[in-house]
Write a protein that binds this ligand. Structure first.
Ligand SMILES: Cc1cc2nc3c(=O)[nH]c(=O)nc-3n(C[C@H](O)[C@H](O)[C@H](O)COP(=O)(O)OP(=O)(O)OC[C@H]3O[C@@H](n4cnc5c(N)ncnc54)[C@H](O)[C@@H]3O)c2cc1C
Length: 586
């Protein structure tokens, strides 16, 4: 069984020494909440609950999975008790608005907890995760009455939420959604249709389930502009706020999946279920995107959690497993250079990936709470630009590092008992849902690079260049990192301009290069993170931390960051001939 120990020292190093989470104290909404003691106290308390009560359920959840019996879903043993402990401990609503019963702590802190939860048991994490997404969508666009009815119980996690978009013919292409919403003249709508792949669509861990549903009004225009969003409760809410009669929505079957067995994935039938519109008619996609942007960051944190799990288990195993004599005479497999190559790759991506994810979360807080409009705008630009990187890069890394962990374990990794093969199976879905990673790459290339005349990427380049100039000025020997980072930045900046231009004349070029470009951009961002981590570590009293950061940074700079110019050269290829092969000629 894979084991999990929350990397508290690493989390605290990133929060305090690299990103300075205490800067949030300058925002009136968080004035008393981000002192070092408070932050560390929250993280340590969450870590304890997660390590002791939730991590041990992961292997069991994987082995048992969920069961469907006559429309009812049974989650794995122990999940219901653990979920109760989790929501009653206040962890679901950690950063939700206090107006609706949340604790109002920074979003960044809730994401740190999310990382730990997703390392410990990513299948379990989806129950509170989708609940928060549903809360965010209703909070952003719901009427006062809808908010008062549903948000307090979603904020605490006493009720759970879903996100119902996908249909058999409508996956990435939501324009094809067919589910209908028929107005009843009393402010309510009857929802008719079928949704597939709905996470947490049915279970009995909560007294009510609130579905957030994408559907089409009878007189709506076709395509994406004709969709609206609705809130559809499993049980109607009585005037006293408690669940009443059952609504006409049911789970007709559940999926049998490659991984994520503890999370239930439902086929849902809406058979004249009564719902209420959230937001304006035909604005459904805009409403969904409020939730989806944060949901994409959430999935990136799922990826980060799985990267951490793979890395720490591989390191522990390699320290203990004795096999063969290495060149330097050690006999634990960690002494073999090839095993070190894998472990350093895992460490380098996970640790710098954590900075990428946390910094995006920090900017979500600044964008929402800063008192200065220019600071809010700059933070929002950062969030927009880095969201596809967090979602895609960290989830691809989770699968790759899961596979690398299996490699470190050798044949033992392929055996279920050790639990690292579960990481490979669990993490594949992260690259598929909330917009596949291919779609994320297109979002980066076609939308984010173009927004505000290229302002988002320009601000990123300027910031990294400024810090690079300072890094040289403060006299430390950082040339090993400055040089490849500077080269990577030049390559990404040149390629950004090329994409901005070529997109106007030949969008297929951008389509072909998008995934490589996202990887190049992400590695450059990670290079920037390593620069800041090495500088922050140099000020730490712990010699072991200083050495580990320095050597991991050297590995990243020499062996991973150097891939960027090649990836960028690939992106700048013309794709005309590749598009000429007819579909049947493949
Ligand atoms: C376990 C699980 C849980 C899920 N949970 C939910 C949930 O809670 N709610 C919900 O609504 N949905 C959920 N989904 C659905 C998920 O979001 C979709 O599977 C996903 O959006 C992809 O859609 P699809 O499977 O139809 O793939 P397709 O859209 O058919 O995509 C297939 C391939 O084509 C590529 N592709 C498609 N369109 C484009 C394009 N325009 N440009 C470039 N490439 C493209 C994709 O990148 C992919 O590689 C879940 C799915 C699973 C398996």
């Amino acid at each position: 069984m894979a084991s999990y120990k929350a990397p508290l020292r690493e989390i605290q190093f990133v929060l305090h020494d690299v990103l300075d989470i205490e800067q949030l104290a300058a925002l009136p909404d968080f004035a008393d909440m981000v002192g070092r003691e408070t932050v560390d106290g929250v993280v340590e308390e969450a870590a304890k609950l997660i390590e002791e009560k939730i991590a041990p359920l992961s292997a069991r959840g994987d082995a048992q999975g969920c069961r469907w019996e006559q429309g009812e879903v049974r989650v794995p043993e122990g999940y219901a008790d653990a979920y109760k402990l989790y929501w009653q401990g206040g962890w679901v609503g950690l950063s939700s608005s206090p107006e609706f019963g949340g604790q109002g702590l920074p979003y960044t802190l809730s994401k740190v907890v999310e990382e730990m939860l997703c390392s410990a048991n990513v299948g379990f994490a989806l129950y509170p995760g989708l609940t928060s997404s549903c809360f965010e969508a209703i909070e952003a666009n719901g009427s006062e009455a809808i908010k008062r009815t549903y948000l307090p119980k979603l904020a605490t996690g006493e009720w759970t939420g879903t996100m119902c978009m996908t249909e058999p013919q409508a996956g990435s292409d939501l324009a094809a959604v067919k589910t209908k919403a028929i107005p009843q003249g009393d402010g309510s709508f009857l929802i008719e249709g079928g949704k597939i792949f709905i996470t947490s669509g049915e279970h009995r861990m909560a007294d009510n389930i609130i579905h957030f549903v994408l559907a089409r009004l009878p007189d709506s225009p076709p395509g994406i502009k004709g969709l609206s969003t609705f809130v559809v409760p499993k049980f109607f809410v009585k005037p006293d706020g408690t669940p009443g009669e059952r609504n006409k929505v049911r789970c007709v079957s559940i999926e049998h999946k490659m991984g994520m067995h503890g999370s239930v994935t439902c086929t849902m039938a809406f058979e004249g279920a009564r719902g209420w519109m959230v937001g304006q008619p035909n604005q459904g996609i805009q409403n969904m995107f409020v939730m989806m942007n944060l949901a994409r960051i959430m999935v990136g944190f799922q990826g980060l959690g799985q990267c951490e799990l793979a890395t720490q288990n591989a390191i522990r195993y390699a320290q203990e497993r004795r096999q063969g004599k290495a060149f330097n005479n050690g006999d634990a497999i960690i002494e073999h250079p090839d095993v070190r190559r894998m472990l350093l790759t895992m460490k380098a991506l996970t640790e710098a990936g954590r900075v990428l994810a946390y910094e995006t979360a920090l900017n979500v807080d600044i964008a929402a709470h800063h008192t200065d409009a220019a600071a809010r705008e700059a933070a929002q630009d950062w969030v927009e630009l880095t969201t596809p990187l967090v979602k895609s890069f960290l989830t691809d890394a989770a699968f790759d590092l899961g596979s690398m962990a299996v490699q470190v374990y050798g044949g033992h990794g392929f055996i279920r008992e050790h639990g690292v093969e579960q990481i490979v199976r669990d993490s594949k879905i992260l690259a598929l849902y909330e917009g596949t990673n291919g779609i994320q790459a297109m979002d980066l290339v076609r939308r984010k690079l173009m927004l505000h005349n290229g302002r988002l990427a320009q601000r990123f380049f300027e910031r990294v260049r400024k810090d690079l100039a300072l890094a040289g000025a403060d006299g430390r020997d950082l040339a090993f990192l400055e040089r490849p980072l500077s080269q990577a930045l030049d390559a990404v900046e040149t390629t950004t301009r090329w994409l901005q231009e070529s997109f106007k004349t030949n969008p297929n070029d951008a389509g072909f290069g998008a995934v490589d470009f996202l990887k190049a951009f992400s590695l450059t961002a990670l290079g920037y993170n390593w620069l800041r981590m090495v500088k922050a570590a140099a000020k730490q009293p712990d010699a072991g931390l200083r050495k580990a950061k320095r050597i991991t940074a050297e590995f990243f700079a020499a062996r991973l960051l150097t891939q960027v110019p090649t990836l960028c050269a690939n992106v700048r290829q013309n794709a005309d001939s590749l598009m000429q092969l007819e579909a049947e000629q493949f």
